[in-house]
Design a protein around this ligand. Sequence first.
Ligand code: ZN
Length: 60
Amino acid sequence: MPTAKQFQCPFCAFNVTAMDEEEVVKHVRTHKQDHHPDASVSESDIRGMIKDVEVSRSGR
Ligand SMILES: [Zn+2]
């Protein structure tokens, strides 16, 4: 089963899922700037909140 990286925003429950952790961090950083510019969340906090999730193949 392939795994992906998932992040859920603790402030608004926005979800980011990508195959690659760097990709997730990039989206989360943009999301934070747009929606929670005053939140004191560092990049290492973001990385600590990223989870591995299993992704099922489409087309079953
Ligand atoms: Zn958010």
